[in-house]
Write a protein that binds this ligand. Structure first.
Ligand SMILES: Nc1ncnc2c1ncn2[C@@H]1O[C@H](COP(=O)(O)OP(=O)(O)OP(=O)(O)O)[C@@H](O)[C@H]1O
Ligand SMILES: O=P(O)(O)OC[C@H]1O[C@H](OP(=O)(O)OP(=O)(O)O)[C@H](O)[C@@H]1O
Ligand SMILES: O=C(O)c1cccnc1
Length: 478
């Protein structure tokens, strides 16, 4: 599971005897998704499982042997397959744990390994981390808009294939949803599952009251009636009537679901009808193309929805279909075994990479985050006096002395062995929640958020500026 060009480079490194030089790569994104103020890291456990299982099977090699160049000769020579057959991941990986809030340019994953294998991991790591981080972020935004009320993930039918559905549900759960309609995710990942019924149940009967009554007969302990098939408020009245019968049988009407029309108006009216009939405990589930913006607007309108069903726009990260995470070489050993920095220039300053072997230190002040400082372990201990914006040399944030801090990149693989026990998904979800509590609301707001200070320590900033000058062939500082 990789792109062909990773294998063409791997072949080249092997032939040119560069395969075993140690190199450090960073996986990071440059721009926050959804025009938001934060992202939620996710996908690490999946990436570690990939690394654990990494190897070329016999049938993989047989397939690669069929590939031809433009002269119809084999692309790879036979001995390369003997090499690949023995190849295992032998390097080190450090990574930011799932559920951590992350920001542009910070390495979410750092790989230090023989060049050939570190390169081969580019595509799978990006595939596994990008989508999960994107959906976990979307989920956190949606849950934030719901202000602690349960969000149910209903997106499987619109997800990008089976794996998109499963991975999407996993990430949505890390971001904060309470449960999913996705039974496969329940079975395989232990995520709580919930479900109501569809319009087809009511349409199969024609008579709505009879449909609700029959449903209540077979499933008295899971009655959330979808009331909008014909006339929504009549539907609420029918739900109440069946709820009264349920009570006589010793059960409770769990709630109703609204799936069309003006959800603010209808939920307020439905709440009144339910309360007047003595069903104050019955929940009102709202669904219908919801996302964080619609939920926020409904809240502002006083909508009486207590559970939010969100499908398409969550599972597909509808307004931004991809996170632009990249994987860049930042340092490599030379022939003598000494580490050298590497930088990629760009006309856009923000796209010029950050060289070195990076660690991220997050500073805390009175329980709230103060800023993230990236530094280069190859240059030694960080200078913790200020955070320099890599995109703008004028912008820097001074850090008070003796602040509490935490290193975000943790050792997860050492010499090819996974040394990190992934937390449970529920623990990852709890981490997202506790992380969100550490950030100022101005960073978290959905519209035009304040940008959180993330940058380089003085040593790395200077080193990078020097490398930029050298790469341009400028000798003097201007
Ligand atoms: N009061 C409201 N304020 C803002 N947005 C709302 C409000 N009520 C509903 N919406 C949103 O407006 C959109 C309405 O969608 P649309 O007009 O396509 O049809 P619908 O009412 O859901 O009916 P149907 O499903 O039958 O097509 C949905 O995204 C819904 O979440
Ligand atoms: O709107 P979403 O956020 O994707 O939530 C899931 C939707 O899936 C179901 O209906 P479906 O979309 O199949 O049909 P409908 O649009 O006609 O209700 C459900 O009734 C929700 O409307
Ligand atoms: O259980 C539900 O209400 C549900 C499940 C999937 C999609 N829409 C709604």
């Amino acid at each position: 599971m990789t792109d062909l060009y990773q294998l063409t480079m791997a072949y080249g490194y092997w032939k040119q005897r560069r395969a075993d030089r140690l190199a450090t790569f960073h996986l990071f994104f440059r721009k926050l998704p959804f025009s938001g103020g934060y992202a939620v890291a996710a996908g690490l456990e999946l990436a570690l499982e990939y690394v654990r299982q990494f190897r070329f099977d016999e049938d993989d090699l047989q397939y690669l042997a069929t590939l031809r160049g433009n002269d119809e000769r084999p692309l790879f020579e036979e001995e390369f397959f003997d090499y690949l057959a023995e190849l295992r991941f032998t390097g080190d990986i450090d990574a930011i744990t799932e559920g951590t809030l992350v920001f542009p340019n910070e390495p979410l994953v750092r790989v230090t390994a023989p060049l050939l294998i570190a390169q081969l991991l580019e595509t799978p790591l990006l595939n596994l981390i990008n989508f999960s981080t994107l959906v976990a972020t979307k989920s956190a935004r949606i849950c934030q808009a719901a202000r602690g009320e349960p969000v149910l993930e209903f997106g499987l039918r619109r997800a990008q294939g089976i794996d998109g559905g499963l991975t999407g549900t996993r990430a949505a759960y890390i971001g904060g949803v309470a449960a999913t309609s996705n039974v496969l995710a329940g079975k395989l990942l232990g995520i709580p599952v919930r479900g109501t019924h569809a319009h087809s149940w009511v349409m199969a009967y024609g008579d709505e009251r009879e449909a609700f009554a029959d449903y209540a007969e077979v499933m008295p302990n899971n009655c959330v009636f979808l009331v909008d098939t014909y006339d929504t408020l009549d539907g609420v009245r029918h739900a109440i009537e069946v709820g009264q019968d349920l009570r006589k049988r010793g059960h409770q009407l769990a709630g109703i679901r609204l799936d069309s029309g003006d959800l603010a108006y209808l939920s307020i009216e439905a709440r009144r009808l339910l309360d007047d009939a003595g069903f104050a405990e019955a929940a009102i589930v709202g669904s219908s193309d919801l996302d964080e913006h619609v939920i926020q607007s409904l809240k502002q309108q006083g909508a009486q929805i207590s559970i939010w069903g969100v499908g398409t726009r969550l599972a597909t990260a509808y307004d931004q279909p991809a996170l632009g995470g990249v994987y860049k070489l930042a340092a490599i050993q030379n022939e003598a075994g000494q580490w050298e920095h590497r930088i990629k220039l760009s006309e856009q300053r923000i796209k010029t990479t950050i060289p070195g072997r990076l660690q991220v230190r997050r500073f805390l002040q009175a329980g709230q985050v103060a800023g993230d400082l990236m530094y280069d372990e190859l240059l030694g201990e960080p200078d913790v006096t200020a955070i320099f914006d890599p995109a703008d040399p004028i912008r820097r944030k001074k850090l008070p002395a003796n602040l509490e801090s935490e290193s975000l990149l943790l050792p997860v693989v050492r010499q090819g062995e996974v040394v990190y026990a992934s937390p449970t998904l529920a623990e990852m979800q709890a981490r997202t929640k506790s992380q969100l509590a550490q950030f100022h609301p101005s960073v978290l707001r959905l519209l035009n958020p304040h940008s959180y200070p993330v940058g380089l320590d003085k040593n790395l900033f200077r080193r990078r500026e020097q490398l930029i000058r050298e790469a341009h062939g400028w000798r003097e500082e201007v």
